[in-house]
Design a protein around this ligand. Structure first.
Ligand code: ADP
Length: 206
């Protein structure tokens, strides 16, 4: 397993206390975070915020940001933390994210996790849960190659994205586990089963 973590059985981070939840989806490329983000966000009534989609949008609209990040994304590398901090601060400041959100693709580094914590603390808020989507590595490679989205799904780029995930993003698993926020989810199941596990972990429909 990439991002292997022991199963946690205690469900329900008790989000009812402050309205809609603030959730981070964590997991390797190809784990199905984007699909789950849309489904789960719909169920929870919060916006799904995908930094990957935001950056791809910037690239296709040929904005200044898009021109800056295009080559980095195509190579499977991470956009720098300062740029991402601007992107995420702006997005979370919008009205629809005030009452909760589901972040997909952010944070991806420890400095980004600190940035997120700072943004939330500054607004008197905190994260409710981090859902770690776990899928065996062979299945991940198969999925990402099949997806064939473009430059960032070429085989050597896929390999680089996994390497970057292990080096930069996996440390977030321990970071959030220590804070009692981590909920491991088996991502190697049919889409609807993955969603229902997430809802159970969150104590919704549980
Ligand atoms: P995935 O296919 O793993 O879901 P994403 O769509 O989340 O990938 O992201 C695609 C690319 O966008 C990443 O490989 C990276 O170059 C860039 N990116 C997205 N989010 C971030 C982030 N939080 N920090 C740095 N780069 C990011």
């Amino acid at each position: 397993m990439v991002g292997g973590a022991e199963r946690e059985t205690m469900p329900g981070p008790g989000m009812a206390r402050n309205g809609r939840p603030r959730i981070v989806l964590l997991g390797p490329p190809g784990a199905g975070k984007g699909t789950q983000a849309e489904l789960l966000a719909g169920q929870l009534g919060v916006p799904a915020i995908s930094t990957g989609d935001m950056l791809r949008q910037a690239v296709s609209s040929d904005t200044e940001l898009g021109r800056r990040v295009q080559g980095i994304m195509a190579a499977g590398e991470l956009v720098d933390d300062a740029t991402m901090a601007d992107v995420v601060k702006d997005r979370l400041a919008r009205a629809d994210a005030r009452q909760g959100f589901l972040l997909d693709g952010y944070p991806r580094t420890l400095p980004q996790a600190h940035t997120l914590e700072g943004i939330l603390t500054g607004a008197g808020r905190e994260l409710d849960a981090v859902l770690l989507v776990e899928v065996p590595e062979e299945e991940l490679v198969r999925r990402v190659v099949l997806r064939g989205r473009g430059d960032d799904d070429r085989e050597e780029v896929v390999r680089e994205r996994f390497r970057v995930y292990r080096e930069k993003t996996e440390p977030l698993i321990g970071y959030y586990r220590e804070r009692g926020l981590l909920y491991p989810i088996d991502g190697n199941l049919p889409v609807d089963k993955v969603t229902s596990q997430m809802l159970i972990a969150l104590g919704v429909n549980g």
